[in-house]
Design a protein around this ligand. Sequence first.
Ligand code: AHM
Ligand code: MG
Length: 333
Amino acid sequence: MFNNLLTLDEFTIQQLRLFPHATGELSGLLRGIGLAAKQVNVEVNKSALADILGAAGGVNVQGEVVQKLDVFANNAFINVLRSGINCAGIVSEENEELVVFDDIKSNQSKYVVLLDPIDGSGNIDINITIGSIFSIYRRVSELGKPATASDFLQPGVKQVAAGYIIYGSSTMLVYATKRGVNGFTLDTAIGEFYLSHPGMKTPDHGQYYSFDNCYYHQVDTKVKDYVDFCMSTTSNKNGPYSNRYYGCMVADVHRNLLKGGIFFYPQVTGKPNGKLRLCYECNPMAFITEVAGGRATDGSRRILDIQPQHIHQRSPLFIGSKEMMDDLERFMR
Ligand code: AHM
Ligand code: MG
């Protein structure tokens, strides 16, 4: 079926040819991430079964200790990136501290990676879509030495590439560089990602809003007014919008990217900065969305311009189609 399509590896190598001075490190990194994604995909597909098999004492029929999927995914990404030679270290939602790959080869690597190994963890047990998110920066610390916090605390606008994997009815890897956003679908029969969505662009307008409505009474009046606008048939000439909320940002943003829509996780009572993490959730999704033609803010500032202070800091997030973001901004002013 995919006979005439490029694989992820072929595509990244083809991109490399456009830059005579490119070293191939970024392609190598993306290849590694693609490999980890395939490992996670296999595990995702059997996770319900693994849970059943592992229910008694956490050991499955082969006698292997059953790992929680987020731990498995975290290890898969870290192991692949550590065994490669293109990554100097990572930050992950699953690790409190930086993980610096302090060896001679890794210290020479010019890239660092930030990860949310499993986004939408609450969906694992019930067989609903989950994702993984990654963000790649060029180091600012001295090459030849171990990576430092400064490499990871760069504003999102400095991302070299960012992407996500969505484990849905099929598994896709979508990644962006400044040149464009491209989506690859996993052919599980041969275990390759194929370029299925070249040059992704998001519609300027859509019919979906993605917001956890249980917080309606806990958000700022401006956000409440905007939610009312989304549901209105009078003040909103395109309304009412359909509400879609997976509890997995990757899934919601992916749908909105393809169909047009807006996703938001604002400040709510008890969560003064929302829930989502700036460095490995908001920034990569904002980068992808902007390259595709959409926008992302924290309600007032462009997400990609925020200078992170801490690797795990949270930020409110409003992200989606350009004209819907324009509407939102009228309410947020
Ligand atoms: P996670 O990384 O722990 O899975 O949390 C992130 C997820 C987002 O994907 C999703 O949009 C949100 O948390 C759901 O939270 P809530 O249940 O508060 O709406
Ligand atoms: Mg997450």
